[in-house]
Design a protein around this ligand. Sequence first.
Ligand SMILES: NC(=O)c1ccc[n+]([C@@H]2O[C@H](COP(=O)([O-])OP(=O)(O)OC[C@H]3O[C@@H](n4cnc5c(N)ncnc54)[C@H](OP(=O)(O)O)[C@@H]3O)[C@@H](O)[C@H]2O)c1
Length: 319
Amino acid sequence: MLLYILGLVALWFVYRWCKELKRVSNKEEKYVYITGCDSGFGNLLARHLDKLGFRVIAACYTEKGEDELKKISSDRLTTTHLDVSNSESVSKAAAAIKTLVGVKGLWAVVNNAGVAVPSGPSDWLTIEDYKSMLTVNLCGVIDVTLSVLPLIKKAKGRVVNVASVFGRISPFGGPYCVSKYGVESFNDSLRLNMAPFGVKVACIEPGFFKTNVTDTVILKNNLQRLWDRLPQDVKDDYGKAFLDQGMKGLDDRFKVFTDSDLMKVVGCMEHAVSAVHPRTRYSPGWDAKFLWLPLSYMPTCISDKLFLKSNPKPQISVL
Ligand SMILES: NC(=O)c1ccc[n+]([C@@H]2O[C@H](COP(=O)([O-])OP(=O)(O)OC[C@H]3O[C@@H](n4cnc5c(N)ncnc54)[C@H](OP(=O)(O)O)[C@@H]3O)[C@@H](O)[C@H]2O)c1
């Protein structure tokens, strides 16, 4: 009986593998709009899709990002300036894209742009800190998507949203997980809403990868800045040792978890854009697959115990 079940499971994996091999045709006629192409996954995806023959519209936050990308890509790739937190900038980019793609519409948008700071314990942050990240990571994704959705419906194309495995579980405080849970929710409702129009919506949920988002120098500077501005009573609650252990914990954990092979994520993004049968969710990274996602399915009392045990304790902790 066990062998029979194992055989069926193996057969299902082979069937899925074969089904997922098929790629869409006429890549050279398909426009793909990617946000946050200055660095990290977005930059690598823009170069990768350009090499595969897609017409890439790479949105960069900085002029330097645009110039560097242009230098190393084919003349099929066009760049545009985009600040996803600014609706005027989003509309301007969408208008330029509408003219560029013409009657065929836009094949795909990849909502990749994102920030990871300010990040810290929830009571170290202000509502302005939350708003600043939500404006980029969540409202930016929604704004960019809505701005080009009519063009995507025309092409019966795709929306690819880069969330995070921290859109499935919240092991630390601050707006990052809040924003990524929001992206997951927007992604899921959009997938249902767009299905009747032949538009496919996919979500990428990476674990830890080596980019600016996981740069420990940036993250530690951010923690120090938040600590320095805390009122004395909150500093007394936590104690300086909490900050020191937090900084050390960042170094130790990121050394273990952070994967430098960005192609694991970019390969998933490429599949979501170019496969005939893309998945609804991709969770690249061994930590996402074998740690964070399984933890997210566990009873809260178990995951809480684990996180509380591994996190530094405030000076006046009752635990
Ligand atoms: N790295 C990871 O471990 C990891 C894990 C899960 C999810 N993610 C997600 O993956 C996505 C890409 O991040 P990454 O890891 O590749 O880091 P990254 O190199 O920092 O890429 C983020 C990109 O977004 C751009 N950006 C920042 N603010 C923007 C704004 N207001 N408007 C337009 N663009 C803006 C950045 O431009 P500048 O470089 O000029 O600031 C950068 O090009 C993010 O959504 C991130 O949350 C990353």
